[in-house]
Design a binder for this molecule. Structure first.
Ligand code: AP5
Ligand code: MG
Length: 218
């Protein structure tokens, strides 16, 4: 089954996607990662995208459609897909349906991860990543702390923070989520394609609940 994580910033979309990918070999399409790759390329488009991400705002729907179509076309369609952060607006839901039709990808089931703003903010502000292998860490969580403070367990290089993981950007991202993305939960629910999980739980517990759901709904 293909899935879409519908959730606020910091809820755990990326973390759960990595766990599912490692265990079941999903294609993981993170809209944020697709955009950050464009930023890292140093292109003019990348610089424009960076300015928008840093402000916690959303990239234009048409541009997102183009980038997602390109990314999805490059992936192995024999594996299931995890959509992490796309679609994020009502217009993007229509685009996503058009993309699925064009590429003959089965439409996904929405997994809504519920989380309080204060917990989500603490998770985002405590997030660190390895610039080399991209592994995610969190300085406030015993489950995700690196063995040596500030250093990747696997690569032995210094961990970094995302530019948009500051209080100001987070507040804007969360407001944008409430205004633009939360309405999607109703859309998926009305279509009978929504399941909800409590993202306040620790990630192993949450992961096994999601596994159980996926197992039952193969
Ligand atoms: P994106 O990269 O998608 O960021 P986001 O939506 O703000 O979500 P995050 O990545 O911050 O949170 P997450 O849910 O993945 O949490 P994670 O698993 O890392 O998008 C960035 C920006 O790109 C957007 O703001 C926008 O500008 C643009 N963009 C992206 N998609 C777009 C679109 N479709 N249209 C237009 N613009 C778009 O977890 C967070 C931390 O918590 C980690 O440190 C982790 O270790 C820890 N953690 C995770 N789970 C748990 C747990 N259960 N218990 C304790 N700690 C946990
Ligand atoms: Mg993420």
């Amino acid at each position: 089954m293909n899935i879409i994580f519908l959730a606020a910033p910091g809820a755990g979309k990326g973390t759960l996607s990595d766990m599912l990918k490692a265990k079941y070999g999903y294609n993981h399409i993170s809209a944020g990662e697709v955009l950050r790759e464009e930023v890292s390329s140093g292109s003019e488009l990348g610089n424009e995208i960076k300015a928008i991400i840093d402000k916690g705002m959303l990239i234009d729907d048409e541009l997102m459609k183009k980038l997602m179509l390109k990314k999805l076309s490059s992936l192995d369609k024999s594996k299931n897909f995890i959509f992490d952060g796309y679609p994020r607006t009502v217009v993007q839901v229509n685009h996503y349906k058009e993309i699925c039709k064009e590429l003959e990808i089965e439409e996904a089931y929405g997994i809504y991860l519920y989380i309080d703003k204060d917990v989500a903010m603490k998770r985002a502000l405590g997030r660190r990543n390895c610039p080399n292998c991209k592994r995610g860490y969190n300085i406030y969580s015993d489950d995700f702390k690196p063995m040596v403070e500030g250093i990747c367990d696997d690569c032995n290089v210094e961990l970094i923070s995302r530019n948009d993981d500051n209080e100001e950007s987070f507040n804007k991202r969360f407001d944008t989520y409430l205004k633009e993305t939360e309405p999607l939960i109703k859309i998926f629910d009305v279509e009978g394609k929504l399941v909800e999980f409590d993202a306040l739980k620790n990630s192993s517990k949450l992961f096994s609940e999601i596994e159980e759901f996926l197992e039952k709904n193969k």
